[in-house]
Design a binder for this molecule. Structure first.
Ligand SMILES: [Zn+2]
Ligand SMILES: [Zn+2]
Ligand SMILES: [Zn+2]
Length: 364
């Protein structure tokens, strides 16, 4: 019933041509339900029809998407300057159309929050709209999870979630502070616009690892080689736990580093510096650089050990190595494939276990 508004809506429609992004509609008020107050002159509502997506030639009608989507109804104060307002509103919101409250006679803009960076409703917006529905009980952890969600944008893998402990079952001990569990829902992989919820992988195995340092969570997650899904809390011990996959973050698959890592508990040199050094070489092998990885080789894997000489760097021996060296991971046998069984190797004494890295770097 307002000439300015009619004219304005018509103009956006006439100038659309092949682009529906700037088009507004007149939306009757009865197309909204569950209208709730959020702030002065601002309401939340469900829009029954959803917005226009494209024109369907065969049925000669508009096809819509986002049925029952949540929209914001914001009072239009001045219908005279609507063109100016339109440009301003468009930078902060997606603008679908205009409606009128039949009781107050107020004209209301029908809007949706949008991401300014992506210029659409990216994953970050969906996460943000859910911030009030969960908490870890720890402000630092809440903030950390929220930050990963806000910065996810179009890469949902970047986002962590708060996962209630009761979503896990068959929780089994694997190592100190480490458990395996079935995760009923599975991790998020996309947004389901129809059901207004996340699409999830369903029933996956996750690793729960105790978060030792709740103060510096960020670096704990950065240093983790596995893709992380989120954080949970054991309600009995009150321990916060990282929820991890068995997939390498860098390679997006189970790479060599992961196979080595899963075997860390099955060997030790008896010297922490040497263990750490070997582990680091193994963790940096990833997809195809298995040559970078060193191993701890038990002495009984060597035979015919013969003294050769005392060189510049210490005593040198010659020996045969029963197993030979690793060339790749054999998925069929779930073990390393090796070549050069019984090959000759040289054994050189390691003089300074404190500075293993340097000694290996100097080795020709
Ligand atoms: Zn045209
Ligand atoms: Zn975004
Ligand atoms: Zn990797």
């Amino acid at each position: 019933d307002n000439e300015d508004i009619n004219k304005f809506i018509q103009n956006t429609q006439l100038s659309s041509h092949n682009n529906l992004k700037e088009v507004l509609e007149w939306i009757p008020y009865y197309k909204f339900c569950d209208i709730t107050y959020i702030a002065e002159n601002e309401y939340k509502a469900n829009w029954i029809d959803g917005n226009i997506n494209y024109w369907d030639e065969s049925i000669q009608n508009w096809i819509r998407e986002g049925q029952n989507m949540i929209v914001i109804l914001k009072k239009l104060n001045n219908t005279k300057d609507i063109t100016l307002l339109f440009d301003k509103i468009k930078t902060d919101y997606i603008f679908y159309g205009i409606t009128q409250n039949p009781e107050t006679k107020d004209y209301m803009m029908v809007l949706n929050e949008k991401c300014k960076k992506c210029n659409n409703i990216c994953y970050s917006i969906h996460f943000q709209q859910n911030f009030n529905n969960w908490t870890s009980g720890n402000d630092d952890i809440d903030k950390f999870i929220q930050d990963t969600q806000i910065s996810a944008h179009n890469d949902v893998k970047k986002a962590l979630e708060w996962i209630p402990y009761d979503k896990f079952y068959d929780i089994k001990y694997i190592a100190e502070n480490k458990y395996k569990a079935n995760w009923r829902d599975g991790h998020i992989f996309d947004w389901d616009g129809k059901n207004k919820n996340w699409k999830r992988s369903q029933n996956i195995i996750a690793v729960l690892k105790k978060l030792n340092n709740a103060k510096d969570i960020r670096s704990v997650f950065i240093n983790e080689i596995y893709i992380a899904y989120g954080i949970t809390q054991n309600p009995e011990t009150k321990d916060y736990m990282m929820v991890l996959s068995d997939i390498c973050k860098k390679c997006n698959k189970i790479c060599y580093s992961i196979h080595f890592q899963q075997n860390f508990n099955n060997w030790t040199s008896g010297n922490d510096d040497i263990d750490k050094f070997i582990q680091d070489t193994q963790l940096s092998s990833h997809k195809d650089d298995v040559k970078k990885a060193l191993e701890w080789i038990p002495y009984n894997k060597l035979y015919n050990v013969e003294y050769i000489a005392k060189g510049g760097f210490g005593k040198v021996y010659k020996a045969n190595w029963i197993d030979g060296n690793i060339i790749f991971w054999d998925n069929k046998y779930q073990n390393w494939k090796r070549i050069g069984q019984n090959m000759f190797v040289a054994l050189k004494s390691l003089n300074n276990s404190k500075n293993v890295t340097l000694e290996f770097m100097n080795e020709v």
